[in-house]
Design a protein around this ligand. Structure first.
Ligand SMILES: [Zn+2]
Length: 197
């Protein structure tokens, strides 16, 4: 198995600028300019695109259920892949030249933690894509007919139904959203600690 693969996430990074001469000013700048995505001061969106399946491997079942009929099963032929496009948005400091060494260190801590968290969102999207790749590789539908053509036609129709039930409409987007929400339940509050000043 494993005919359908998930590509490695294609990640692009964006920033928005914040500034200030002290951590308190930078913190205010963060709150004023934050993009307001999943994590307020940072965001990661992941779009998982499940390919449509139109080419199949065919296999005859040796024991048809009904006499005088043939049964055939179809599975996805290797080739199509699941794509993930991720966009991470993080704050970037305009300048740190006015900051003390301790302030710079605190900014770095904050920026690193936020960035690491957004990377986890990419991983969450990737794991949904990997799961779907496994499911699609295993997805199989069977049809009966008087001859091979009729049985394959019935099998493909059953496959299309199964595929739509699993990935139709907004089902994939909802799964991705749930994965992100599960991650954020573990904590997604990132604060610049200006109490050190
Ligand atoms: Zn988050």
């Amino acid at each position: 198995m494993g005919t359908i693969k998930a590509a490695k996430a294609s990640v692009s990074k964006k920033t928005y600028t914040v500034g200030g001469k002290t951590l308190t000013e930078i913190r205010e700048s963060l709150l004023a300019n934050q993009i307001g995505g999943t994590d307020g001061v940072g965001d990661c969106t992941t779009a998982v695109k499940v390919p449509s399946i139109s080419k199949f491997d065919e296999e005859e079942n040796s024991k048809p259920k009904q006499k005088g009929m043939v049964d055939w099963s179809v599975t996805a032929k290797a080739g199509p892949q699941i794509d993930i496009t991720a966009t991470i948005t993080l704050p970037a400091l305009k300048s740190d030249k006015d900051l003390s060494a301790a302030d710079k260190k605190e900014w770095q801590r904050f920026a690193n933690e936020l960035s690491a968290h957004e990377d986890l969102h990419v991983a969450a999207g990737q794991s949904v894509a990997d799961e779907i790749a496994k499911e699609l590789s295993n997805m199989k539908a069977t049809g009966s007919g008087k001859d091979k053509d009729a049985a394959i036609k019935a099998a493909v129709a059953a496959y299309v139904k199964q595929y739509a039930a699993a990935y139709g409409g907004s089902k994939v987007a909802e799964r991705v959203k749930k994965a992100h929400e599960a991650l954020d339940k573990k904590g997604n509050t990132f604060d610049l600690d200006d109490s050190i000043e």
